[in-house]
Design a protein around this ligand. Structure first.
Ligand code: SAM
Length: 177
């Protein structure tokens, strides 16, 4: 199973933090790949790669030039596309189906500024996390948390150099290598 996230229309100046947070959320909640369109931003790629070196796991971040072509190819290769949008069908009304889908080759698409109508048509599922506007980071985290629950929150990452020792107070970590 491949679980990947595609972030549309990254803007290097305005979206630096939110796209970084989106990639970190994708990684922490079990995705193995993160694609983004819009501006190519090597700083974001470097910062995500640094996190992976320290905290482990296999996670790739790749810029793509043509998101529509990319989505079409994903579908041609039998992948499923879930688009997160407040206009879609509310997650809790389709949760079982979405859980089954996320066991397959799945691309979760989240927007930036102005998502083109074609994305709504190309997506196999347009999924809403509530019908109020909020954030791509929140939408992704709520989707993955509903589907994977504590299994993913407690997952340990391979090749991690650092791990947290959970504690009620303070910050404790241990070095693995
Ligand atoms: N100003 C932007 C615009 O004009 O489209 C706002 C888009 S919103 C901040 C960015 C992305 O967050 C959306 O494209 C969607 O993927 C996600 N999002 C926001 N609210 C959502 C909701 N209630 N359900 C699912 N996804 C949501």
């Amino acid at each position: 199973m491949t679980l990947a996230v595609l972030r549309l229309s990254h803007r290097i100046i305005r979206d630096k933090r939110i796209t970084t947070h989106l990639a970190l959320t994708a990684r922490a909640f079990g995705a193995s790949e993160f694609f983004y369109s819009g501006d190519h931003d090597s700083k974001i790629e470097e910062s995500i790669e640094d996190v992976c070196k320290q905290w482990g796991g296999k996670f790739l971040i790749t810029h793509i030039g043509k998101p529509l072509k990319f989505i079409k190819e994903w579908k041609k290769n039998n992948g499923v596309v879930i688009h997160l949008t407040m206009y879609g069908v509310e997650l809790s009304d389709n949760l079982q189906k979405i859980i089954e889908i996320l066991e397959k080759e799945t691309l979760v698409v989240v927007g930036g500024a102005k998502v083109p109508g074609t994305i709504f048509e190309l997506a196999d599922y347009n999924v809403a996390i509530g019908h109020q506007p909020h954030s791509e980071v929140a939408a992704l985290a709520v989707l993955f948390d509903n589907v994977f629950e504590e299994e993913v929150r407690k997952k340990r990452f391979s090749d991690a150099k650092l791990e947290i020792i959970p504690s009620e107070r303070g910050k404790q970590t241990k070095k693995i290598k």
